[in-house]
Design a binder for this molecule. Structure first.
Ligand code: ZN
Length: 245
């Protein structure tokens, strides 16, 4: 069944709108969100409402949990901590209630869903191949989906792609045959990409054909950056959107 995977929206409404439109255009009717709906960006209520209405399921991420007070912001960077504080003060109770209702993992489906990693669904950044192999040992399903690093990535314990070492970054349009071996896939971030491509990221997953396709979509970065500046959130959070870092 085809499903659109989106993650790390981070209260960036223009990016979320663009991704949802692209998913509609692709004719996909199911959407799963891997968490971090809020934090960094200036439109948490709008994003939480859209995710709750349009996504069949959503996980909770570390920024969401910091906003609801379930985890501390001690290890957050200064700008991330400031954004958590701003989000706490500027979110509707309905947003907080929605985030509080979510879990950081979901293993009820034929693919495993985790915000960060199969062995640490809240915190672990999976960026290296050896580390990804250990994570694949910890996953219950053959294929798992993760977010958190904001980098569009794939890892496999099979041959993977020609010339690769079992993992790598996934560019716009990259298709993977995931019908054999174990896989760990990260769509990249909707609202704050950090892989050098500032476009919003999402992943098309087909669990009948066992195919995964990475997508990037342009969005109105000026609008998202302006909202961040108007909210008096740290300037850096607006600037980084333009470079995708
Ligand atoms: Zn995130």
């Amino acid at each position: 069944m085809p499903v659109a995977i989106l993650t790390d929206i981070h209260a960036n409404l223009p990016a979320l709108d663009a991704v949802l439109a692209a998913i509609d255009e692709a004719g996909l009717e199911r959407r799963w969100c891997l968490g971090d709906v809020v934090g960094y960006g200036a439109q948490p209520d709008e994003c939480a409402k859209l995710v709750s209405e349009r996504c069949e399921l959503s996980l909770v991420g570390n920024h969401d949990l910091a906003v609801t007070g379930e985890i501390s912001t001690e290890v957050f960077s200064a700008s991330a901590g400031a954004a958590v504080e701003w989000t706490r003060q500027n979110s509707d109770q309905s947003t907080i209630d929605f985030l509080k209702s979510l879990k950081a993992e979901n293993t009820d489906h034929e693919v495993g869903l985790y915000h960060a990693s199969p062995r640490d669904p809240v915190w672990e950044y999976v960026l290296a191949i050896d580390q990804a192999r250990e994570c694949m040992d910890a996953q219950s399903a053959r294929v798992s989906l993760i977010g958190h690093s904001h980098v569009a990535l794939w890892f496999s314990d099979g041959p993977g792609l020609p010339g690769s070492d079992g993992g790598g970054q996934a560019e716009d349009g990259r298709e993977l045959d995931i019908s054999e071996h174990r896989w760990l896939l990260n769509p990249g971030s909707v609202g704050q990409p950090r892989d050098g491509d500032p476009r919003a990221a999402w992943l098309e997953l087909d669990t009948d054909a066992w195919k995964a396709t990475y997508h990037r979509v342009e969005y109105d970065i000026d609008r998202a950056a302006e909202a961040i500046r108007e909210a008096n959130l740290p300037e850096l959070l607006a600037d980084r959107l333009y470079v995708g870092q």
